[in-house]
Design a protein around this ligand. Structure first.
Ligand SMILES: [Zn+2]
Length: 486
């Protein structure tokens, strides 16, 4: 039936052909009336299969096979779902966003497969009184309309999110690289963007793969936001469980613009940067990405949203992600050692692929150095990630208290003009900060980055004020990076 409404706002459903067959399949006598359904507003394209259930219900109502509901009940009823040929109700993508159309006190009838995500509406302030009824078949819905049976009400317990700890590689398993590990902890704690620079095979990807294991837990609001995104693109787990962990999206440099930032020929779809919302976007071999791709992530990095405009619609998607990128120091990867076969011109060309404005948005740069023989054979042991994660979590709690009542999620997102107000320097800290800021050619953007990273270092240190030693450590990563944007 859904093919009928895909391309038009108006559709005429005759009780014939496949519809008649379906009606017969579920044991309802067919009628011979002709029904005209108007799907207003006509200008909005309808796609997907979620209108199957409401269409079936109104057809049956118009045919006199279902009782009319009292207007006050009908106006508070939301139902959607895809119908199978035998009347079974199938889950549809985007159901949480559909459920979010509910007003306080509304009743929702949803496919069983969408029950868990739709129950999240009960967590929306003011919506505790909503009722969410999961149904398995059209027949069950009809019995409910006739008042002959009750559908089970989705339990509020469903919305108690499980807290899943990511089983990522343990930091204790990474040999050496103390400085890079510290940069990763600061990244996780403050949501700062990070660039790892080093020769191939020395652990850049390894470090990135360990990062999910130390990321702070999502807040309930963030879980709902992520579940709406993953529901909309049909990427929720098979059981429809809500998203409860921060995403880590690893993207190859051959990625298309559409897959990276979102798009598509009809109604725009979210891309990888939206799938990485509240999590990490990992771009390995950063200079291999097209200039266009790198430039397109620049603006979302700043604003936390991406606007996609197509002929049929212009939509804004959330994209507040942390960028973790990795690159070789030169085309062959061994710059600085006797192995390097690159001339200075090709190294310069390689590094120039990254524009200053993009590098300006990367707070931390750290060099991954080849391991010494001693480090190479040092013993490794698990158990470091849980300790680091506890530190990160505590630092994030400090930030949540600091930014309560604002829409700033973490230190990295402090807007330009408010950096010094939020960072709370001690007297000596402010002196040290001004001293660095007055050195040579340091842009305002760089000093802002320095202040924000120093604030995160102080949060990890459980310190109310930013002290000189916090600024000193931050400066190692911000101003002492291998590539300079100044
Ligand atoms: Zn080289």
């Amino acid at each position: 039936m859904h093919e009928n409404y895909r391309n038009g706002a108006r559709t005429c459903v005759r009780s014939s052909g496949s519809n008649r067959r379906r009606v017969r399949q579920i044991g309802i006598a067919q009628s011979s009336v002709e029904i005209l359904i108007n799907l207003a507003p006509a200008a909005v394209e309808k796609n997907g299969t979620w209108l199957d259930l409401p269409l079936a219900v109104i057809i049956l109502q118009a045919s006199g096979l279902l009782p009319d509901l009292a207007p006050e009940i009908e106006s508070k009823l939301i139902l959607f779902g895809e119908l199978g040929i035998h009347g079974e109700l199938r889950r549809v993508p985007g159901s949480l966003s559909l459920a979010f159309c509910a007003k306080p006190g509304d009743t929702l009838i949803v496919p069983k497969g969408n029950e868990k995500e739709c129950a999240l509406i009960l967590a929306k302030p003011g919506h505790e009184g909503c009722r969410v009824y999961p149904a398995g078949t059209l027949e069950e819905v009809l019995e409910f309309f006739h008042g002959r049976s009750k559908l089970p009400n989705a339990l509020k317990e469903e919305i108690k999110f499980q807290s899943i700890i990511d089983k990522a590689l343990d930091f204790g398993r990474i040999r050496g690289q103390d400085e890079a590990k510290r940069a990763a902890v600061i990244t996780a704690a403050g949501g700062h963007n990070l660039l790892l620079i080093g020769p191939p095979g020395e652990g850049k990807s390894l470090l990135a793969s360990a990062l999910p294991g130390i990321l702070p837990q999502l807040t309930d609001g963030e879980k709902v936001e992520l579940t709406r995104i993953y529901s909309a693109v049909g990427a929720l787990a098979e059981d429809g469980q809500a998203v409860t962990r921060r995403p880590m999206r690893s993207v190859h440099h051959s990625v298309s613009m559409q897959a990276l930032i979102g798009g598509g020929s009809g109604v725009p779809r979210p891309g990888e940067i939206t799938m990485a919302h509240h999590g990490i976007l990992f771009l390995d071999e950063l200079p291999e990405f097209s200039r266009q791709a790198l430039e397109s992530v620049r603006q979302p990095l700043e604003s936390g949203v991406v606007r996609i405009t197509r002929v049929k619609a212009s939509l804004e998607f959330p994209a507040r992600f942390t960028l973790v990128a990795a690159m070789n120091p030169c085309p062959c990867g061994y710059s600085g050692s006797a192995q390097c076969t690159c001339d200075s011109k090709s190294i310069e060309k390689y590094q120039k692929k990254l524009s200053g404005p993009l590098l300006d948005r990367i707070d931390l740069q750290v060099e991954i150095k080849p391991l010494t023989t001693e480090e190479r054979f040092a013993p490794v042991q698990d158990g470091e990630s849980p300790k680091l994660r506890a530190l990160v979590q505590k630092a994030r709690q400090r930030q949540q208290q600091r930014f309560a009542g604002t829409d700033i999620p973490h230190n990295a997102a402090i807007p330009g003009g408010q950096v010094v107000d939020h960072c709370k320097f001690s007297e000596a800290g402010l002196r040290a900060f001004k001293e660095i800021a007055s050195r040579g050619k340091v842009s305002t953007r760089t000093t802002d980055r320095l202040a924000k990273v120093a604030r995160t270092v102080a949060d990890l240190d459980d310190s109310i004020e930013v002290q000189p030693h916090h600024i000193e450590e931050a400066a190692k990563f911000v101003a002492g990076g291998v590539l300079q944007s100044e």
